[in-house]
Design a protein around this ligand. Structure first.
Ligand code: GUN
Length: 291
């Protein structure tokens, strides 16, 4: 193995400590306490784990944390009524609706009902537009976390060839916009891209966000490249016992680490950064709302 391991877990812990310091300062100097509301509809086990972690880390940072767990059969109108109530609640500065939502609910409608200044996920159409036009926006947490790791590792990103593998609204598209804002030459590659492996091999920076376990192997990677693995996939691990699973990324870590200059592990890479950025966004929202 030659690649440096990018320790997202340690980086995220430092970031959370900085957020907590700033939260304490807001309390002492201005009597303010940032508040985050998380809305979960249904009982997806993975989402429940995320929501629990978010709640715990929000409290640890000194913020107010509110969880609304709604039945999977909750109507769209009831969900919209809850969003309206949270929009009007002065003690709440950030609202996150956990995705995916059940099929009978129009996710775009719900996301766009969140007050843009409380949209700590950065998914509201206004924030998407602000980011796309290079204006001050609330930025989606996972790509923001990736960007921070890249800057920490590489410094100035200007002029680098970046390939974003995946074109989702949550990661791929905002990641491409952020890299463009940092003056990278950006390619967005996806399942229909021709010569996908060759395209990836041109990347100085490769961000993999496709949700396909271990798809990117060492042959896809340019020697010395920086590889950011956004994937979190559960695969069977019979070597750990019957019925056991383990988490892997979209990158085949062992072969990729032979070639890359630096790489994020799964777990312990991008994942912890997402929640740290959520806390940072909630703090930012609180500061902006209170001028
Ligand atoms: N589901 C998976 N990732 C995310 C995220 O970053 N935000 C929300 N709201 N839901 C998600």
């Amino acid at each position: 193995m030659s690649a440096e391991i990018i320790d997202g877990k340690a980086f995220a812990a430092e970031m959370r400590a900085r957020v907590a310091q700033e939260v304490a300062r807001l309390r002492d100097d201005h009597g303010l306490r940032p508040g985050l509301a998380v809305v979960l509809v249904g009982e997806d086990p993975a989402s429940e784990v995320y929501v629990r972690n978010k709640g715990r880390q929000t409290l640890e940072a000194g913020m107010k944390s509110v969880e609304h767990k709604l039945d999977a059969a909750t109507s769209q109108d009831d969900l919209l009524a809850l969003i309206a109530q949270l929009n009007a609640d002065a003690s709440i500065h950030g609202i996150l609706v956990q995705l995916p939502l059940p099929d009978h609910i129009d996710s775009d409608l719900v996301i766009n009902a969140i007050a843009p200044e409380k949209d700590v996920d950065g998914f509201h159409i206004l924030n998407v537009g602000l980011l796309g036009t290079g204006q001050k926006a609330m930025v989606p947490c996972t790509p923001l976390g990736c960007l921070m790791l890249l800057r920490a590792r590489l410094g100035d990103l200007s002029g680098r060839n970046a390939v974003v593998l995946g074109r989702s609204n949550i990661v791929g598209k905002p990641m491409a916009n952020l890299l463009l804002r940092d003056s990278c030459t950006v390619t967005v590659a996806h399942s229909r891209t021709r010569d996908l492996q060759e395209v990836c091999r041109r990347a100085d920076i490769l961000v993999a966000a496709v949700g396909r376990p271990q798809m990117v192997t060492g042959e896809w990677i340019r020697p010395g490249a920086t590889v950011i693995d956004v994937g979190i996939n559960r695969i069977p691990a019979p070597e750990r016992g019957a019925g056991k699973h383990r988490l892997v990324g979209d990158v085949d870590f062992d072969s990729a680490a032979q070639v890359a200059g630096a790489i994020t592990p799964v777990p312990g890479g991008v994942g912890p950064m997402t929640i740290a950025c959520l806390l940072a966004n909630t703090l930012t929202a609180c500061c902006r709302i209170h001028g």
